[in-house]
Design a protein around this ligand. Structure first.
Ligand SMILES: [Zn+2]
Ligand SMILES: [Zn+2]
Ligand SMILES: [Zn+2]
Ligand SMILES: [Zn+2]
Length: 139
Protein backbone atom coordinates (compact mmCIF):
# COMPACT_ATOMS: atom_id res chain seq x y z
CA UNK A 1 0.00 0.00 0.00
CA UNK A 2 1.38 3.35 -1.02
CA UNK A 3 0.81 5.03 2.25
CA UNK A 4 0.62 8.81 2.17
CA UNK A 5 1.99 8.91 -1.35
CA UNK A 6 -1.17 10.41 -2.69
CA UNK A 7 -1.52 14.10 -2.01
CA UNK A 8 -4.60 15.11 -0.14
CA UNK A 9 -6.21 18.36 0.83
CA UNK A 10 -4.48 19.72 3.90
CA UNK A 11 -7.78 21.02 5.23
CA UNK A 12 -10.39 18.35 4.63
CA UNK A 13 -8.41 15.33 3.45
CA UNK A 14 -10.06 14.99 0.03
CA UNK A 15 -7.88 13.47 -2.65
CA UNK A 16 -9.67 14.76 -5.73
CA UNK A 17 -9.47 18.06 -7.59
CA UNK A 18 -6.35 19.10 -5.78
CA UNK A 19 -4.27 22.13 -6.59
CA UNK A 20 -1.39 23.81 -4.80
CA UNK A 21 -2.15 27.08 -3.10
CA UNK A 22 -0.24 30.02 -4.53
CA UNK A 23 0.21 31.60 -1.14
CA UNK A 24 1.58 28.74 0.92
CA UNK A 25 2.20 25.90 -1.54
CA UNK A 26 -0.04 23.39 0.19
CA UNK A 27 -2.32 20.83 -1.43
CA UNK A 28 -5.88 21.98 -1.29
CA UNK A 29 -9.10 20.80 -2.92
CA UNK A 30 -10.71 23.04 -5.48
CA UNK A 31 -14.34 22.48 -6.37
CA UNK A 32 -14.78 25.86 -7.93
CA UNK A 33 -15.69 24.46 -11.32
CA UNK A 34 -18.59 22.66 -9.67
CA UNK A 35 -19.68 25.73 -7.85
CA UNK A 36 -23.33 26.54 -8.43
CA UNK A 37 -23.85 30.27 -8.40
CA UNK A 38 -26.01 31.66 -5.63
CA UNK A 39 -25.91 28.55 -3.47
CA UNK A 40 -23.08 30.00 -1.39
CA UNK A 41 -22.00 26.46 -0.62
CA UNK A 42 -18.70 26.47 1.18
CA UNK A 43 -17.47 23.32 -0.41
CA UNK A 44 -14.19 24.49 -1.81
CA UNK A 45 -11.34 24.63 0.63
CA UNK A 46 -9.43 26.60 -1.97
CA UNK A 47 -12.04 29.32 -2.16
CA UNK A 48 -12.32 29.49 1.61
CA UNK A 49 -8.58 29.72 2.00
CA UNK A 50 -8.37 32.44 -0.65
CA UNK A 51 -11.16 34.50 0.79
CA UNK A 52 -11.01 33.95 4.51
CA UNK A 53 -7.40 33.72 5.61
CA UNK A 54 -4.58 36.10 6.33
CA UNK A 55 -2.30 33.75 4.45
CA UNK A 56 -4.00 34.56 1.14
CA UNK A 57 -4.51 38.23 2.00
CA UNK A 58 -0.84 38.59 2.84
CA UNK A 59 0.15 36.95 -0.42
CA UNK A 60 -2.30 38.94 -2.54
CA UNK A 61 -1.02 42.20 -1.13
CA UNK A 62 2.62 41.33 -1.63
CA UNK A 63 3.58 41.75 1.99
CA UNK A 64 7.05 40.72 3.06
CA UNK A 65 7.97 37.84 5.32
CA UNK A 66 5.61 35.51 7.06
CA UNK A 67 1.97 36.40 7.57
CA UNK A 68 2.05 35.15 11.14
CA UNK A 69 4.21 38.06 12.21
CA UNK A 70 3.25 40.61 9.59
CA UNK A 71 2.48 44.05 10.98
CA UNK A 72 0.75 45.13 7.79
CA UNK A 73 -1.76 42.32 8.12
CA UNK A 74 -2.25 43.10 11.77
CA UNK A 75 -2.90 46.76 11.03
CA UNK A 76 -5.10 45.96 8.06
CA UNK A 77 -7.94 44.48 10.09
CA UNK A 78 -9.84 45.00 13.27
CA UNK A 79 -8.23 42.77 15.87
CA UNK A 80 -11.28 40.52 15.96
CA UNK A 81 -11.23 39.98 12.21
CA UNK A 82 -7.48 39.54 12.26
CA UNK A 83 -7.78 36.78 14.85
CA UNK A 84 -10.68 35.14 13.01
CA UNK A 85 -8.85 35.19 9.70
CA UNK A 86 -5.70 33.89 11.32
CA UNK A 87 -7.21 31.08 13.36
CA UNK A 88 -10.21 29.75 11.43
CA UNK A 89 -10.45 26.23 10.07
CA UNK A 90 -9.34 27.28 6.59
CA UNK A 91 -5.78 27.84 7.73
CA UNK A 92 -3.01 25.28 7.40
CA UNK A 93 -1.24 26.93 10.25
CA UNK A 94 -2.77 29.28 12.72
CA UNK A 95 -1.62 32.23 14.72
CA UNK A 96 0.09 30.76 17.76
CA UNK A 97 -0.41 33.83 19.92
CA UNK A 98 -3.48 35.60 18.68
CA UNK A 99 -3.93 38.97 20.32
CA UNK A 100 -6.84 39.25 22.69
CA UNK A 101 -9.75 41.42 21.74
CA UNK A 102 -12.98 42.68 23.10
CA UNK A 103 -15.73 40.58 21.53
CA UNK A 104 -18.24 42.35 19.37
CA UNK A 105 -21.58 42.49 21.11
CA UNK A 106 -25.05 43.37 19.99
CA UNK A 107 -25.73 46.85 21.21
CA UNK A 108 -29.34 45.93 21.89
CA UNK A 109 -29.20 42.58 23.71
CA UNK A 110 -25.46 42.34 24.45
CA UNK A 111 -25.11 38.91 22.82
CA UNK A 112 -21.60 38.18 21.57
CA UNK A 113 -21.48 38.29 17.78
CA UNK A 114 -18.97 36.07 16.05
CA UNK A 115 -18.26 38.14 12.98
CA UNK A 116 -17.03 35.15 11.01
CA UNK A 117 -20.20 33.11 11.20
CA UNK A 118 -23.03 35.06 12.75
CA UNK A 119 -25.22 37.38 10.81
CA UNK A 120 -25.27 40.92 11.98
CA UNK A 121 -26.05 44.40 10.85
CA UNK A 122 -23.93 47.47 11.28
CA UNK A 123 -25.95 50.40 12.45
CA UNK A 124 -24.99 53.89 13.48
CA UNK A 125 -25.31 52.73 17.08
CA UNK A 126 -23.11 49.68 16.66
CA UNK A 127 -23.35 46.03 15.76
CA UNK A 128 -26.73 44.39 16.00
CA UNK A 129 -27.36 40.63 16.06
CA UNK A 130 -29.77 38.98 13.67
CA UNK A 131 -32.14 37.81 16.41
CA UNK A 132 -32.81 41.37 17.46
CA UNK A 133 -33.97 41.71 13.91
CA UNK A 134 -32.66 43.72 11.05
CA UNK A 135 -35.75 45.86 10.95
CA UNK A 136 -35.73 46.82 14.62
CA UNK A 137 -32.03 47.63 14.54
CA UNK A 138 -32.34 49.89 11.56
CA UNK A 139 -34.94 52.09 13.12
ZN1 LIG B 1 -10.44 20.31 1.06
ZN1 LIG C 1 -2.14 30.02 1.99
ZN1 LIG D 1 0.83 40.59 5.64
ZN1 LIG E 1 -29.22 41.41 19.75
Amino acid sequence: MAKDKKPKCGLCGKTENLIKTECCNEWICNDEDQYVAFTFARNSCHRNHRRLTLCAFHYDNNHDGDWTDCEECKNGFDTEDYVNYGTNEYNFKKLSNPPSFESTRCYMCNTVINRMIDEYVMTKDGFCCSSCGVASCEK
